[in-house]
Design a protein around this ligand. Structure first.
Ligand code: RP5
Length: 172
């Protein structure tokens, strides 16, 4: 099965974070591939992967990297597809280096940057992008949001019970 999303990371040390993107895509039944390809250590491989992606039916790229995190920008330089960046905490600068490197793209070459370690959100954004042309996928995303809202409602109800406990107790 040709993948709809490529998950690319600069090193296998990024996988503990990036596997959240894989798990999320799997939950939405979106076909994906995961690759280690570095903007600095294997630039030709990274470029080739990105350059050919749309010809293979890929519709979005997710790129996770730490340190001087040029990977999403390098992929974005050579693809017409949307690129979603996940900055990773991998150095003494605790991920701020990666966040700034991804966010400060020059005009003309956008990268959609998630929060530090935001691999799950990267996958959700990819699902939303694919869902604009895939109604069953969009419906699954709508259902996901309903379930998330129901969880928040349940937390609210639980909180009310705890507040009542405080009001009834002699504590305070
Ligand atoms: C970046 O350098 C990678 O994306 C990784 O986050 C970081 C450290 O890589 P390793 O030294 O663990 O291979 O290119």
């Amino acid at each position: 099965m040709d993948p709809k999303v490529l998950i690319v990371m600069g090193s296998d040390s990024d996988w503990p974070v990036m596997r959240q993107a894989a798990l999320t895509l799997k939950a939405f039944e979106v076909d994906f591939e995961a690759h280690v390809a570095s903007a600095h250590r294997t630039p030709e491989r990274a470029l080739e992967l990105s350059r050919r992606a749309h010809e293979r039916g890929v519709e979005a790229l997710i790129a996770g990297a730490g340190a001087a995190a040029h990977l999403p920008g390098v992929l974005a330089a050579v693809t017409p597809l949307p690129v979603i960046g996940v900055p990773i905490d991998a150095t003494a600068l605790r991920g701020v280096d990666a966040l700034y490197a991804m966010a400060q793209m020059p005009s003309g070459v956008p990268v959609a940057v998630m929060a530090l370690g935001g691999a799950k959100n990267a996958a959700l954004l990819a699902v939303q992008i694919l869902g604009t042309a895939d109604k069953p996928l969009r419906d699954r995303f709508i259902q996901y949001k309903r379930e998330m809202a129901a969880e928040v409602d349940a937390k609210h109800e639980n909180l009310q019970a705890q507040v009542q406990d405080i009001l009834r107790s002699s504590e305070g």
